[in-house]
Design a protein around this ligand. Structure first.
Ligand code: ZN
Length: 278
C-alpha cells in the first residue's frame, strides 16, 4: 500500500547557518538534523571562539553533510599589505574548512573603492592563485560567487557569471569553479548559456537559493524565501540540473524579517518552499 503522504525528499537540501542567524552553530546543527535537513553550510562567524576540530567532530556526529564554508575572498585592496592580510585570512579559511570537513569554500571575491574594477579583478585572480597551493594540499575547492552588480563598489568586482568564467579561465585549475546564487544572477539574460558552459567545464560547484523581494528594503538583509519574490527558482534549478549537477540546493537567506521570526517554524517553511520550488 502506498502512503497518501510520501516522505518528502530533503536529501539535496542544505541550509546556511547565516539563514538562521539567531542560532549558534550547536543549535543550528541540532535543529537542522532534527528537521531532516541533509546538508549544512557553515559561516565562519559561527566558528568564532570555538575549536574548528571540535565543531568538525560535532558536525560528523550530526549525520549531515558539510557542504561548504562561507566565506573566503575579499582579495582586492589598495595596499600590498592589505592584500597580503586577505591572502593570510584565506589560508586560515582553508585550514578551517579542512577542520570542519567542508570540501569547498565560497569566495565573495571583494572590490576596493579607489581603483578600477579591472584592477580588482586582477587582484582577485592573484589572490586565489596565491592560496591555491594550500587549497591543493587540503583538497579544498574554491568557488567564485558572482555578486549582484549593486555590490560592485566594495563587495565584489565579479558581478556576472561571464566574469566568474573569465576568472576561472585565467586560473585554469580544477579546484577553482563557480558558486551560482540565484539572488545575484537571476536577471542575466545570458544565464542559460553561462550555466550550460559551467556544466560543460565542470566548474559549477555550488547552487544557492532564495528570492528577490519587491520592493527590496535593504541591500543585504531583505532576501526572501523561495516563492516570496520574483526569481524563477524552479526554472534556474532546472537549468542547473540539466548540466548533471547533483549537488545541494543551499538555502541562503539574509532577512531581518525572518531572523525575527521563530527559527524552528522558519525551518519548516524553508523545507516547504524547497519542495514546492523543485
Ligand atoms: Zn550565496
Amino acid at each position: 500500500m502506498t502512503s497518501p503522504h510520501p516522505i518528502p525528499d530533503l536529501s539535496r537540501l542544505c541550509v546556511h547557518t547565516a539563514t538562521t542567524k539567531p542560532w549558534d552553530i550547536e543549535t543550528a546543527m541540532e535543529r537542522y538534523a532534527k528537521a531532516g535537513i541533509a546538508g549544512i553550510t557553515v559561516w565562519r562567524d559561527k566558528l568564532e571562539g570555538r575549536d574548528p576540530e571540535t565543531v568538525g567532530r560535532q558536525l560528523a556526529d550530526s549525520g549531515m553533510e558539510v557542504v561548504s564554508l562561507c566565506r573566503g575572498g575579499f582579495f582586492p585592496a589598495l595596499t600590498a599589505q592589505k592584500r597580503q592580510e586577505a591572502i593570510d585570512d584565506n589560508r586560515r579559511a582553508i585550514e578551517e574548512a579542512a577542520s570542519i570537513g567542508a570540501p569547498l569554500i565560497v569566495l565573495v571575491c571583494g572590490a576596493a573603492t579607489g581603483q578600477s574594477l579591472e584592477d580588482s579583478r586582477s587582484q582577485i585572480v592573484d589572490g586565489i592563485a596565491a592560496v591555491l597551493p594550500e587549497a591543493e594540499s587540503a583538497g579544498i575547492k574554491l568557488a567564485i560567487e558572482p555578486l549582484h552588480p549593486m555590490y560592485a563598489d566594495d563587495r565584489s568586482a565579479i558581478n556576472t557569471m561571464a566574469q566568474a568564467h573569465a576568472a576561472c579561465d585565467r586560473l585554469d585549475h580544477p579546484l577553482v569553479g563557480i558558486a551560482l546564487d540565484v539572488y545575484h544572477v537571476w536577471w542575466d539574460d545570458t544565464l542559460p548559456d553561462q550555466i550550460a558552459k559551467a556544466g560543460e567545464l565542470d566548474r559549477l560547484f555550488a547552487f544557492h537559493i532564495c528570492d528577490w523581494m519587491t520592493p527590496t528594503s535593504h541591500l543585504l538583509t531583505d532576501r526572501g524565501l523561495m516563492g516570496e519574490g520574483c526569481i524563477d527558482v524552479s526554472g534556474i534549478r532546472a537549468m542547473v540540473k540539466a548540466t548533471g549537477f547533483t549537488g545541494f540546493n543551499e538555502v541562503e537567506i539574509f532577512s531581518t524579517r525572518w531572523w525575527e521570526s521563530d527559527q524552528d517554524e522558519f525551518l519548516e517553511k524553508i523545507k516547504d518552499a524547497y519542495l514546492q520550488h523543485s
